[in-house]
Design a protein around this ligand. Structure first.
Ligand code: TRP
Ligand code: SF4
Length: 336
């Protein structure tokens, strides 16, 4: 039996995760964890690259991310759940990688350019302080991946540019130090069913249009009742068009079976169903879907000693594995 291939991925701790994170990323991680040896990092150093001056909620955000992961089914006995900053070996590897990474590789990273744009917001001329650490973002991410010598990195399309840099860094490391030590990690793209926010825009915390995994059922229902429908359907008697229904019908496509979708379509387009009732039925389906996950999260919240223990032990196991890599890297680079 060949050993399992290794997966490494991570998330920045930006707060409680929304149901888009669940459908787009976490469900995928849960499915991968039986087949692969998985390392999942809460990337708190990466959070500092842009929010170094806003750390008051960082610790709670780390905990919330871990709670969401566990509630959604990441198994701490099968996978390694860890906090990036509790694996200082990654910081050491980051130093070595930062020495060999040409400056222009990081300067032209398109994902980084987008991050800077996002920091500027609407004001293109706004002068944002671009820190040395932010410029090193893809190098730090490479260090995450290379610390565990991962084969595969499950990420969304926006992260692929970073992984390309990782592959370049691996090749450069091999070339400079005449070694073959690292894997060239491959991005594993997830077919992300794009879940829109309730206002029809991209779902995101900063847009105030998201439904959290941890929202209670009332909150979820209230949010869904605000969801955009077919904008041309003004009166209850107007027949609707599910193809023009911006948010509610696409959610049915994700949370309801085909038979239900067919009924919704028929009743909508013959004006037999009104949008308010349609939303209420959807809210019930979404709440049903997340009921076991939310129950598990509540159970974990009432058992924080256990959660802290998982974070601590997962990070210790990850650090022990990381040290194996770093011992070898120190030899290769010829450090004392
Ligand atoms: N940069 C990733 C994001 O913003 C998070 C991340 C940090 C990551 N380290 C990683 C992803 C290592 C994959 C591998 O989503
Ligand atoms: Fe959308 Fe349902 Fe209204 Fe039709 S009835 S437009 S599917 S919310």
């Amino acid at each position: 039996m060949s050993p399992k291939k290794r997966i490494m991925s991570g998330m920045r701790p930006t707060g409680k995760l929304h149901i888009g994170h669940y459908l787009g990323v976490l469900k995928n991680w849960v499915e991968l964890q039986s087949e692969y040896d998985c390392y999942f990092a809460v990337a708190d150093w990466h959070a500092l690259t842009t929010k170094y001056d806003q750390t008051s909620e960082l610790r709670q955000n780390v905990i919330d991310v871990v709670l969401d992961w566990l509630a959604c089914g990441i198994d701490p006995n099968t996978s390694h759940i860890y906090v990036q900053s509790l694996v200082p070996q990654t910081a050491e590897l980051h130093i070595y990688l930062s020495m060999i990474t040409p400056q222009n590789w990081v300067e032209r990273d398109p994902t980084l350019k987008d991050m800077v744009k996002a920091m500027r917001g609407d004001d293109e001329n706004k002068n944002v302080e671009l820190s040395y650490g932010l410029l090193g973002y893809p190098v730090l991410q490479s260090a995450d991946i290379m610390t565990f010598n991962a084969d595969l990195v499950p990420v969304g399309i926006d992260q692929v540019a970073h992984i390309e840099i990782t592959r370049d860094i691996v090749r450069r490391f091999h070339h400079i130090y005449k070694t073959n030590f690292f894997n060239e990690p491959v991005p594993k793209l997830t077919q992300i069913p794009m879940l829109k926010g309730i206002d029809g825009q991209k779902m995101g915390k900063s847009f105030n249009n998201d439904i959290k995994i941890s929202d209670d059922e009332n909150t979820t229902t209230k949010k869904i009742l605000k969801g955009i429908t077919d904008r041309n359907r003004i009166k209850r008697d107007d027949p609707g068009q599910t193809d023009n229904c911006e948010v509610i019908y696409p959610y049915y496509k994700i949370f309801a079976d085909e038979a239900t979708c067919a009924i919704v379509k028929e009743e909508c387009e013959s004006a037999k169903r009104g949008c308010a009732d349609c939303k209420k039925q959807l809210a019930e389906l979404v709440n049903e879907h997340f009921r076991p996950i939310r129950a598990k999260r509540t159970e974990l919240e009432n058992n924080m000693d256990y959660v802290h223990k998982i974070i601590k032990e997962g990070s210790e196991r990850a650090a022990a594995q990381a040290q194996v890599t770093l011992d070898e890297v120190r030899k290769i680079v010829k450090m004392y």
